[in-house]
Design a protein. Structure first.
Length: 71
């Protein structure tokens, strides 16, 4: 899904957004596919998976625009 709306830091779990978060010593980037009340389905480089909003929120970082595969 593509969106013409800019990334809104007040609503990071919006379908279509690319999220960037700290995972250990590395950053992860994934696209939001689906949103439920307390969790979000993400599409990463190799798989789709569910993550808790509560666990992701404090680790979110500024999302790079047009993330490339070399990230």
């Amino acid at each position: 899904m593509t969106t013409n709306q800019p990334y809104d830091p007040n609503d990071p779990f919006k379908v279509g957004n690319d999220l960037c978060w700290l995972h250990g010593e590395h950053y992860r980037v994934a696209k939001v596919l689906e949103v439920e009340e307390d969790r979000v389905k993400l599409s990463g480089m190799t798989a789709d998976y569910w993550r808790s909003k509560k666990a992701l929120l404090p680790r979110l970082d500024v999302t790079p625009h047009r993330v490339s595969g070399s990230f």
